[in-house]
Ligand binder design. Structure first.
Ligand code: GLU
Length: 289
């Protein structure tokens, strides 16, 4: 069986040099390993994703010389798969609804911080204080029936209580040079969101369901997602899904050393194309060849 790689952009903006590096590394590794390259459109956020960005992704990747297997998987067409995975976690008693707004959570965290530092996740966001975990079943269903917005969270403590020590195989490197066998630390993320009232999945849930559904054996992606792998390994284990190999690669940064964002004009692939750069020029710009 050939190894299966995937490039999984979100169509919420035009591709920039960070995407180019990720897509090109995937394609290079596919070539070296005699593998298959899949393309997945991560379009669960209907408020930010737009068809013209998706069309631009195909066009830009073809211009770069990339080819991928068809059909492309679009996450918005697979909500039933994510609902089914969520239902399995619910049946294990590992999911609970929380009703606080972002501002209410910030106030709860601030109140806790009066007594000392409050833990933050690897992205720097304060952990959810778990307040809604104590709501009774009747109160939960009343609030949901009233139409209140809510997020469905993983009860991390309950999930970890069922788990052996989780590891993954890293063939790239993490932010602290982690490589080889890495010990996962999902607890560092707290009670992560798995879905919301109007969106039946989160990034974490969709990515593990899709990697399994598509038979992905090798996840090659930016180092900014290194720590998210801890959550992915936990969800894979809870759901009985296979474990891919992981390769986290360096990030392309701007002149000030910051991670690129989709709004950075200077590093947008379209802007560089319109200046007359060729695909080999673009590869050199991201440090390949
Ligand atoms: N959709 C994610 C992004 O564009 C990548 C997800 C992944 O590779 O796991 O950053």
């Amino acid at each position: 069986m050939p190894p299966v790689f995937r490039f999984a952009p979100s169509p919420n903006g035009y591709l920039h040099l960070g995407h180019v590096l990720s897509a090109s590394l995937n394609a290079d590794m596919v070539k070296a390993a005699g593998g298959l390259l899949l393309l997945r459109i991560e379009d669960i956020d209907a408020t930010r994703c737009r068809p013209e960005y998706e069309a631009a992704i195909y066009e830009d990747l073809r211009w770069l010389g990339l080819a991928w297997e068809e059909p492309v998987r679009r996450q918005s067409e697979h909500f039933a798969d994510y609902r089914a995975a969520l239902a399995r976690l619910e049946a294990m008693g590992l999911v609970y609804p929380s009703f606080e707004s972002r501002a209410e959570i910030a106030a709860l965290v601030a109140a806790n911080e009066a007594n000392g530092p409050w833990p933050r996740d690897p992205d720097g966001a304060p952990l959810y204080p778990g307040t809604a975990k104590t709501l009774g079943a009747a109160e939960r269903s009343d609030r949901i029936a009233s139409g209140a917005p809510y997020a469905l969270r993983l009860d991390m403590a309950a999930a970890l209580a069922r788990m052996p020590r989780l590891i993954w195989t890293e063939t790239g490197t993490g932010p602290e040079g982690e490589s080889g066998t890495v010990i996962a630390n999902p607890a560092g993320w707290g009670d992560v969101i798995l879905a919301r009232k109007d969106t039946p999945t989160s990034y974490h849930l969709a990515v593990v369901v899709d990697d399994a559904a598509q038979g992905v054996t090798d996840v090659v992606r930016g180092r900014d997602l290194f720590h998210a792998t801890s959550v992915h390994r936990l969800l894979q284990t809870l759901l009985g899904l296979p474990e891919p190999r992981y390769h986290h690669h360096r990030l392309v940064t701007d002149a000030d050393g910051r991670k690129l964002s989709k709004s950075t004009q200077a590093t947008g692939l379209r802007a560089l194309r319109s200046q007359g750069l060729t695909p080999p020029d673009i590869r050199r710009l991201v440090g390949l060849d």
